[in-house]
Design a binder for this molecule. Structure first.
Ligand SMILES: Cc1cc2nc3c(=O)[nH]c(=O)nc-3n(C[C@H](O)[C@H](O)[C@H](O)COP(=O)(O)OP(=O)(O)OC[C@H]3O[C@@H](n4cnc5c(N)ncnc54)[C@H](O)[C@@H]3O)c2cc1C
Length: 365
């Protein structure tokens, strides 16, 4: 059984490109991240600066030497603790601060510092994944780059963990933390399109829905996420795969430059010509190589997009996946489609009996 929605729907032929592409993508991304860490570990990470707990905890930027990021420690086949908000990080630093301690930070910033006694605390600590229930000591709603510098300096000097939140979509909750300070970019969602240069600069709290809305007015786009509410920052820094990736590459391939505040509280720009090693790390090396305050992208002419979704019952999964695989091998690069396994969404075009039941979804355009 199939079902479809939308006005002008592309007739989608199913094949498992989503599955295959994401497997290949993950392998490439993992290799890239390992290479980044091997080459840049000494230069950009505070690798020897902190006491290491059993879980490999460290802390952003309290190193006396040049340091942009928390440390990475070997763990099993990979590395542990790429993000300051892991549980181990909090246990490792063991440093928290009471609400009064953050009054000093509020004096230094224009954005609001929200601690647990604030009426907006619970709403502010909520992230996309409802299973994540972390309680930061404070959330700073960043209003400008000066706030980022102040926040980084404050966290470093006080020794509290720091987490960075763009769109808040990290499934494991890397955009928040227990007991530390969250820099929340939700108020920084401006996008400036330069149609002559065919580029756009997005602030670090921009979602892909914000970005697409801004660039679409100029008949331009770049590779973004499949879902509009995902953050531009977190997605791009981790690689970024989306509908336009087959034609224009990953989101990080389209990153032209990024403004960054380092763990020392220093502002710099990373691009192919400035701090090029950091730029290389930012393009898929995952987050936390410093705090990215804005990202500049190359754009492409993308005007009318035809898209749609086709839903199959799980019993047809094998046939759908095989067809999908065979089709996508030679499909034109304009076609960006994904196959995934989902629970039947409660949408009007899907009969109610399939709501909440496992289904195969082919989506794209
Ligand atoms: C529903 C859903 C759909 C998704 N779809 C896609 C998709 O189509 N394609 C794809 O490639 N991925 C997708 N993802 C994965 C997504 O790209 C990652 O979870 C990404 O980290 C989310 O970015 P964010 O800014 O929303 O996350 P956040 O939770 O805000 O941040 C996650 C991490 O990103 C880093 N980060 C965020 N902001 C900054 C900053 N300003 N400076 C430095 N580092 C920062 C930090 O490490 C942070 O801990 C999806 C995830 C979900 C939940």
């Amino acid at each position: 059984m199939t079902s479809s929605a939308g006005g002008r729907i592309l007739r989608l032929v199913a094949s498992p490109v989503g599955v295959l592409a994401s497997t290949a993508y993950r392998a490439r991304r993992q290799a890239h991240v390992q290479e980044v860490r091997r080459k840049l570990g000494a230069k950009w990470h505070a690798a020897k600066a902190h006491p290491v707990s059993a879980t490999g905890a460290g802390l952003l930027g309290s190193a006396p030497t040049r340091s942009v990021c928390i440390k990475y420690v070997p763990h099993g086949r990979g590395w542990l603790c790429h993000s300051p908000d892991r549980e181990g990080m909090v246990r490792g630093t063991g440093i928290t601060m009471d609400n009064k301690g953050f009054a000093a930070l509020q004096e230094k910033v224009r954005g609001q510092v929200i601690t647990s006694d604030h009426p907006l605390y619970d709403a502010s600590r909520t992230v996309y994944n409802g299973m994540i229930d972390k309680r930061p000591a404070a959330i700073l709603r960043v209003s400008q780059v000066a706030d980022v510098i102040a926040g980084v300096n404050f966290a470093r000097d006080a020794g509290v963990s720091l987490a960075l939140r763009g769109g808040g979509h990290s499934a494991p909750g890397f955009g928040t933390c227990d007991g530390g300070l969250v820099l929340d970019f939700a108020d920084r969602r401006g996008v400036r399109v330069d149609p002559a240069a065919v580029t756009a600069r997005a602030e670090a709290g921009t979602t892909w829905a914000d970005f697409n809305h801004a660039t679409n007015a100029f008949g331009l786009a770049t590779t973004g996420g499949i879902i509009g509410s995902t953050g531009v920052a977190g997605l791009t820094l981790g690689g970024g795969i989306g509908y336009l990736a087959r034609k224009y590459g990953l989101s990080c391939d389209n990153l032209k430059s990024a403004d960054v505040v380092t763990a020392e509280g220093k502002f710099l720009t990373a691009s192919a010509t400035e701090n090029d090693d950091l730029f290389w790390a930012l393009r898929g090396g995952t987050g936390n190589f410093g705090v990215v305050t804005s990202l500049e992208f190359n754009l492409h002419p993308v005007d009318v997009v035809y898209g749609g979704v086709v839903i199959y019952l799980l019993e047809h999964a094998e046939a759908v996946a095989q067809l999908f695989r065979d089709y996508i091998a030679t499909a034109p690069e304009d076609m960006g489609i994904f196959l995934g396994f989902h629970q039947g969404p409660p949408v009007p075009f899907l009969p109610e009996e399939f709501h909440g039941k496992p289904v195969v979804v082919v989506v794209g355009g």
